[in-house]
Design a protein around this ligand. Structure first.
Ligand code: GLC
Length: 744
């Protein structure tokens, strides 16, 4: 009987694999049949993506010219298309009036939610909760699809160690291994397990590659790094996304060692399309092909088109219209092979088939589904869950938190007390969300406080945190009348994001003056930070007794923060990006190399240190507090040594030694003690989030195998070294207990 059951299961698996393989073969058969019928103009049309809301240069001047472009098959996709009626109209024109009747794709940057906004991706990464992150993207995908979107330009997976760069808010922090896990969760949430379903959207892994390594954190700046560094720290999330089936990839604006990504043959053709056997398509970033002239790589648009296409890098041209203008002539002049255009076009058609657009081109345009999506309670619940889990308790001296709901008088002070400015609690990447729908901190606190309690509010300092003298004086007056002060400080969403690099990461404006005036009163004070990047909080971290990092929490901002402030949710988030002491310390990150002169004691000299500050950040990678405490004990290894085919099991006992239940993110790090090249002092290779009641203990087990020990050596060989390794376990990257094992 057992054998029969096994046989049936094996046959079922074989059918699934066969079905999957045939579906790809089946799609390619269809793609080839369509391609054969297309003219060169129509193929080039598929490579052309136009922006609807802004003018796309000479092409779109009005509605009439837009419709003509569709009739002539001169564009295969549009972005920033908001209006459902317009999308329906254009799709009907494509399907009824164009010669080839190839369906259009409509795209938008839905970075952390469509109308119901989740916390920014950097905040979400601090939850270390892959299921919640996937769910958050699922909600985003369903709302986007319900609003007629086929494709979202997300997830952004640029690893970065530089908070001066405004786009850190879009990523998953400084660690590539964690970033890869999160990239997969996001792709799965967006694309689901069947991209042809009309509640899924095409994901876009961006920005390939190295964008987070921009010199001095200055936006769009040059990137200089070895291919080894690229493969070790910047490419793993993209490789993981490709293995997870991401249907599109966007190249980055930057150069890597002076080669722009958008025309980088080695990066795109050799590594992505050949070495990784990528079958999706590559879209340039906005205007990037045209910007090859600015890079000094191309003499004119013909040269730019030829460079990008002949390097088989960008398959699709986002809004520079260089491909539209030049490719046909270039083929006629023999300067570009039509076979390259065929390959790019096939990649795009393959995804349109996979999206189900040929079978049902109008499948995403259901107004009832759109309207219903706005009222789906599950979406708000998922957003609230994600928001709570993304909050990070950075300090809680004297356990001032959680506050009592019966606190008689609370003074709520700062620009984010009752934030009404657009993007006070969300990022710039929220085209269709409205500030009026966001729960402010005041609203959240009111929903928790006893009816007899009083809240004195000073929502002051404005967009850039410029607090007027009278505002500070008024705030001090209110604080004097209160039992507890809650400071709501940080940076508005328009002060980070794309093209928002800053060299001063203190609280914007003169918020620090407000904070110091309040702290001088000696009242019990809690600070809630609303920001999109690590800030330099040296004074605040020393002088404010309790600090809660709330990031930009999105629609449920006030409710999520209030849950933590009043103890209805025990904070569990942990940082995925280090907080530097000052800008001079940047880049500061946990997985640094030991150098030849590692500082081990404060009295050390002639070691790799600064004269004026310690090497350590204010808050390290993996750091976050709870309202309870956890004890780590009994770390044991299954073996003292393993071979290449063995798996090492590491066990640790975690006990909740505090007074309330809580979640702990247990982290596992390794260190390769002797290798072909110098290896980081620690590398994250495992984590598990567990819930423990008071006095409850759990044994957490991690598995380490050869794959976890590999790295790229100087000859670009991906390998593991025999020899000694350290394995370290703890609540964050700076507080671990270690054991040694050997790889034989
Ligand atoms: C931007 C961004 C990219 C975005 C694109 C379309 O410049 O770099 O991430 O997807 O334009 O909005």
């Amino acid at each position: 009987m057992k054998n029969l059951y096994l046989l049936i299961v094996l046959q079922l698996i074989a059918c699934c694999i066969y079905a999957q393989k045939t579906s790809i073969k089946n799609i390619d058969f269809k793609v080839d049949s369509v391609l054969k019928l297309m003219t060169l103009d129509e193929k080039i049309g598929q490579l052309n993506q136009l922006c609807i809301d802004f003018s796309s240069g000479p092409l779109i001047t009005d509605q009439k010219s837009l419709e003509k472009i569709v009739v002539n098959g001169q564009a295969g996709s549009f972005f920033y298309a908001a209006d459902m009626d317009l999308k329906i109209k254009l799709q009907k024109i494509a399907m009824n009036k164009s010669r080839m009747k190839i369906p259009l794709m409509f795209a938008l940057d839905v970075i952390h939610g469509y109308k119901i906004v989740a916390p920014i991706p950097l905040a979400q990464s601090c939850s270390w909760d892959l299921a919640a992150i996937e769910k958050s993207e699922r909600v985003s995908a369903e709302m986007s699809a319900a609003h007629g979107l086929h494709w979202t330009f997300t997830p952004m997976m640029d690893v970065t160690r530089d908070p001066r760069w405004g786009r850190v808010m879009e990523g998953s922090g400084e660690d590539s291994w964690l970033g890869a896990k999160i990239a997969v969760a996001r792709v799965n949430g967006l694309q689901g397990n069947d991209l042809s379903k009309n509640n899924t959207v095409l994901a876009c892994a961006k920005h390939l590659a190295g964008y987070g390594g921009a010199e001095s954190g200055r936006e769009y700046n040059s990137v200089e790094m070895s291919e080894r560094q690229l493969r070790e720290f910047y490419l793993p999330p993209f490789k993981a996304a490709v293995e997870a089936g991401v249907g599109s990839i966007m190249t980055s604006f930057n150069t890597i060692s002076a080669v722009p990504s958008v025309s980088n043959k080695h990066l795109v053709k050799d590594i992505l399309k050949t070495e990784w056997n990528y079958k999706g398509f590559v879209v340039s970033d906005m205007e990037a092909i045209g910007e090859l002239l600015n890079h000094g790589i191309a003499e004119d648009t013909m040269d730019a088109a030829a460079t990008a296409m002949n390097n088989q890098a960008a398959d699709m041209d986002m809004s520079s219209v260089v491909y539209h203008k030049s490719l046909k002539k270039l083929v006629q002049q023999g300067k570009v092979k039509e076979s390259y255009i065929d390959d790019a076009c096939k990649r795009i058609l393959r995804i349109k088939f996979a999206l189900g657009l040929f079978q049902n081109p109008m499948g995403y345009f259901d107004k009832n589904r759109r309207d219903a999506s706005l009222k789906n309670p599950e979406y708000q619940a998922a957003t609230m869950d994600m928001a709570k889990k993304s909050l990070v308790l950075l300090k809680n001296e004297g356990n001032i938190l959680p506050l009592s709901k019966k606190t008689k008088t609370i003074a709520l002070i700062g620009p984010f007390a009752d934030g009404k400015l657009n993007r006070d609690y969300m990022s710039t990447w929220t085209y269709h969300a409205e500030q009026k729908d966001v729960i402010t901190l005041l609203t959240g606190i009111k929903s928790k406080l006893d009816p007899n309690s009083q809240i004195l509010v000073a929502s002051v300092c404005g967009f850039m945190g410029d607090c007027k003298t009278n505002e500070i004086e008024n705030a001090v007056k209110l604080a004097k009348m209160s039992d507890v002060v809650i400071l709501a400080i940080g940076e508005n969403g328009d002060v980070n994001g794309e093209c928002k690099s800053r060299t001063n990461l203190d609280l914007p404006g003169n918020q620090k003056e407000l904070v110091k005036a309040i702290m001088a009163l000696g009242k019990p004070t809690v600070a809630v930070l609303f920001n999109g990047r690590p800030l330099t909080l040296e004074w605040e971290s020393k002088n404010i007794p309790a600090i809660l990092e709330a990031w930009q929490p999105g629609t449920q901002a006030g409710n999520a923060v209030a849950e933590v402030l009043f103890g209805d949710y025990n904070p569990s988030g942990k940082l995925t990006m280090s907080f530097p002491i000052n800008v001079g310390q940047i880049p500061v990150y946990y997985n640094q190399l030991p150098t030849g002169r590692t500082k081990t004691k404060p009295t050390d000299n002639m070691k790799s240190t600064f004269m004026d500050i310690p090497n350590e950040p204010i808050y390290p990678f993996g750091f976050g507090l709870s309202y309870t405490t956890f004890d780590y004990s009994d770390i044991t290894l299954s073996n003292q040594e393993i071979t290449a085919t063995d798996t090492l099991t590491i066990s640790v006992k975690i006990t909740n030694t505090g007074k309330v239940a809580g979640e702990e993110i247990v982290q596992l790090y390794i260190r390769d003690l002797v290798a072909d090249i110098s290896r980081p002092v620690k590398e994250l290779r495992g984590f598990e989030k567990i819930l423990l009641n008071t006095n409850e203990s759990k044994i957490v087990k991690f598995k380490i195998s050869l794959e976890d020990l590999k790295y790229w050596n100087a000859d670009l060989v991906y390998k593991a070294d025999k020899g000694k390794f350290k394995v370290m376990i703890g609540p964050n990257s700076a507080d671990t207990k270690e054991k040694i094992f050997s790889l034989k």
